[in-house]
Design a protein around this ligand. Structure first.
Ligand code: NAD
Length: 357
């Protein structure tokens, strides 16, 4: 897949047994040395193969925590590379999920005003979603993703086999984004989603690679003309307005993509109440979402804290609240006139039907 970017065009490939394909990946590139940033869990789980892959190259093993994505830790990453003698001729190589991507992307975009960067995403969320689109994000105090740049990797290689070792929560987190993108596609995309979800073993079935590829194609179609998020790309926040508020209000005990699944259900309920979405559509989508709602005692999350976080939404423009509502497949619209009382009313309804355990 070739992706056009105002920063630099880049490309993405699917590859099997990535950790045995070093030659294939790097043989056509001109560079001095390779420097690796590797997710600690990935390093531990795939230790023998990873060691074989990196040989004597520089390697920094980083635990994937939001704290390590803080601006306070940036100095450590720059220092590690500078001390190891990183030059503009070298390549930063990242193995990990969205956290390692965000750290490395920010470092790659700022170190020497931009260095070469190759990314091997290892979570479903990073493979099907975050690896393209150029966003890099760093946390500031308790605010997530407040600092950032736009900077894509030069090359992305996806080996879906990495998903086999993800916890169910992190697998479902990627699934949440896959569902979102296909709700935002067309009849063909929706059909593929239904086939994928109906097949057994979601990590291995014959639709797994096609659904990841299709998710990336859909995302690309939304951001290529709006890389800096000034218009159509905004719609990708479907499920995210309420989802982000829920993530924050739950103190990040719910994974990002799982919160997006709940966020879509909530946005659909508001769409139903505003008569934007028809009842039969609502029921149809709800049937899909209910299966993947994280089992969680939603009654523990107060409506006051949700509204507090909804008010902090980066996409909010006026005095009212902002949310992406949906009419049907591929028909999502941004509303900036959502009232607090609508949220309260919908939340009271939503919580009654939510599978708590
Ligand atoms: N830059 C973007 O466009 C973008 C988009 C969406 C999300 N994000 C960010 O991504 C982060 C979330 O990323 P994520 O969901 O990919 O997860 P993550 O990077 O937080 O990793 C989740 C967990 O899975 C582990 N892990 C990673 N690969 C594994 C594997 N193959 N097997 C077993 N365990 C593995 C990690 O060690 C970690 O414990 C958040 O910080 C979010 O803000 C960035």
């Amino acid at each position: 897949m070739k992706i056009k970017s105002k920063i630099k065009d880049y490309s993405l490939e699917m590859i099997d047994q990535l950790l045995e394909e070093k030659k294939k990946i790097f043989s056509n590139l001109k560079y001095g040395r390779l420097f690796y940033f590797i997710d600690e869990n990935v390093y531990e789980i795939y230790k023998d193969k990873v060691k074989q892959f990196i040989k004597d190259d520089f390697c920094l093993v980083v635990p994937a925590t939001e704290l390590n994505k803080s601006y306070l830790n940036l100095a450590n990453y720059y220092k590690a590379l500078i001390d190891a003698g990183f030059t503009r001729n070298d390549i930063l190589v990242t193995m990990g999920g969205g956290i390692l991507q965000d750290i490395s992307g920010f470092i790659a975009s700022t170190m020497y005003r931009g260095i070469s960067w190759v990314f091997f995403p290892t979570t479903l969320l990073a493979q099907a979603d975050s690896c393209i689109g150029s966003k890099t994000s760093i946390n500031f105090d308790d605010s997530k993703n407040l600092i950032g740049t736009f900077y894509p990797p030069d090359l992305i290689y996806i080996d879906v086999n990495f998903c086999e070792t993800l916890t169910p929560g992190y697998f479902n987190s990627g699934l949440g984004e896959i569902i979102k993108f296909h709700f935002m596609s067309d009849a063909k995309g929706y059909d593929l989603l239904k086939k994928y979800l109906a097949s057994s073993d979601l990590r291995k079935n014959k639709y797994f690679k096609p659904i990841i590829w299709s998710t990336l194609e859909i995302k690309k179609s939304y951001f290529e003309g709006d890389e800096f998020d000034a218009g159509r790309r905004n719609l990708l926040n479907y499920g995210h307005c309420f989802g982000h508020a829920l993530e924050s209000a739950s103190n990040f005990t719910i994974c990002h993509g799982e919160a997006v699944i709940v966020g879509m259900g909530f946005a659909n309920l508001l769409s139903l109440k505003r008569k934007i979405m028809a009842r039969d559509k609502y029921n149809e989508f709800e049937q899909i979402l209910q299966k993947y709602y994280p089992r969680f005692d939603l009654s523990k999350i107060s409506i006051e804290s949700l509204i507090h976080f909804l008010k902090r939404d980066k996409k909010r423009v006026g005095k009212d609240l902002t949310m992406i509502l949906s009419k049907d497949i591929g028909m999502q619209f941004k509303f900036d006139d959502i009232q607090e009382r609508e949220i309260i009313d919908a939340y009271n309804n939503f919580i009654k039907k939510y599978p708590m355990s």
